[in-house]
Write a protein that binds this ligand. Structure first.
Ligand code: FE
Length: 180
């Protein structure tokens, strides 16, 4: 075979490969996936996540990041709950103080990050809620039960891993960027 022919065949091969990859990527973009307590639509490294009614937020989001193998990223969201347990860390005593509120509230904001501790998925979530009086409470989210909708966006950092470790100085699980 003459070199010109080889060159033409090689180019045809490259074009077919490129078309195949473009079609494959288009098929993945906007793909819908399902879990026991969530449904999600995938747009590259961003996931639009809908939590099922009556699911517990921390449990459902942890299940989501575990099944998608997300080791680092961010979470934001809104929705409505009828029960929430918030945690307050007292730096003086290094003790947690937990408080549960059983009433219908709107999640006006949930913000969080995804990392790992001892290699296991670790979510750090904070939440602001508004009640029927339009008054708000806020804090570190321990658990909350969806009553209505739970709409979240998870952004996964690709090929990333961020570890935490317990810091006896503060009494907190803080970032350990030295850990690979
Ligand atoms: Fe916190």
């Amino acid at each position: 075979m003459n070199p010109r022919m080889v060159f033409i065949i090689f180019n045809i091969f490259i074009v077919i490969l490129a078309l195949f990859l473009v079609f494959k990527m288009n098929g993945e973009y906007g793909k819908v996936i399902h879990g026991a307590s969530w449904d999600a639509k995938v747009f590259g490294n961003k996931y639009v996540v809908s939590l099922k009614n009556n699911s517990e937020i921390v449990e459902a989001l942890t299940d989501f990041v575990k099944t998608q193998d997300i080791k680092a990223g961010t979470i934001s969201g809104l929705g409505a709950v009828n029960s929430v347990t918030l945690r307050f860390f007292n730096p003086e005593t290094k003790q947690y103080e937990d408080k549960t509120f059983n009433e219908q509230m709107e999640i006006s904001n949930l913000i969080g990050n995804i990392s790992t501790k001892d290699g296991k998925e670790y979510l750090h979530l904070h939440i602001t809620l508004g009640n029927s009086e339009y008054k708000s409470i806020a804090g570190h989210l321990l658990k909350a039960t969806i009553n209505g909708a739970g709409e979240f966006v998870v952004e996964a950092y690709q090929n990333a891993k961020i570890e935490r470790k317990f810091d006896s100085n503060t009494g907190l699980n803080i970032y350990n960027f030295e850990e690979k």
